[in-house]
Design a protein. Structure first.
Length: 170
């Protein structure tokens, strides 16, 4: 939903968030402002509740307001309420590019995830180390880390690309 709708719902007592967030925003009627709830470790101020007017990252906060992907925060999708945030494949790729590890909620293997690999090389049949530099993508590929090892150049299935159950891996 767009922020306008999220704000309307917050003023009615709902908690709202973007899908990948572990925290949420809510309306404080007494202060007439939005209160941002997060883990202290995720806060620039080391506070778990922050008045939106105190934000230190104005551009980031405004980009969140401009998003049209707002959802209601609850116990199933919000870390600080006991759940786990999930997001779509596009968000998963965005997080990969930022250096984070992601996985599908249903992947069963211990610590299975995908991550962005860089500085990739291999030894060719002549025993020469070849650096995998590519004009369009540089020296990067998606690596699947599974129970049997690392699979370089992992390809997403259509189910993976259409899924809304991507989440951060630890």
């Amino acid at each position: 939903m767009k922020f306008e709708e999220a704000l309307r719902l917050m003023k009615q007592g709902e908690k709202a968030k973007l899908p990948s967030w572990g925290g949420y925003w809510c309306w404080d009627e007494e202060k007439q402002t939005i209160m941002m709830h997060c883990r202290e470790v995720d806060s620039d101020t080391e506070k778990s509740v922050l008045d939106i007017r105190e934000t230190q990252r104005v551009e980031y906060t405004l980009s969140n307001v401009l998003s049209d992907e707002w959802v209601i925060a609850d116990e199933s999708n919000t870390t600080i309420l006991g759940g786990a945030p999930t997001f779509n494949f596009g968000e998963a790729i965005k997080y990969l590019k930022r250096g984070l590890k992601v996985k599908r909620k249903g992947w069963n293997g211990k610590n299975q995830h995908i991550e962005l690999a860089s500085n990739i090389g291999y030894m060719n049949s002549e025993g020469k180390i070849v650096n995998c530099e590519h004009d369009a993508i540089g020296n990067k590929a998606i690596a699947f880390v599974g129970t049997s090892g690392v699979q370089m150049g992992w390809l997403a299935s259509q189910a993976d690309m259409l899924a809304e159950d991507w989440m951060f891996a630890r």
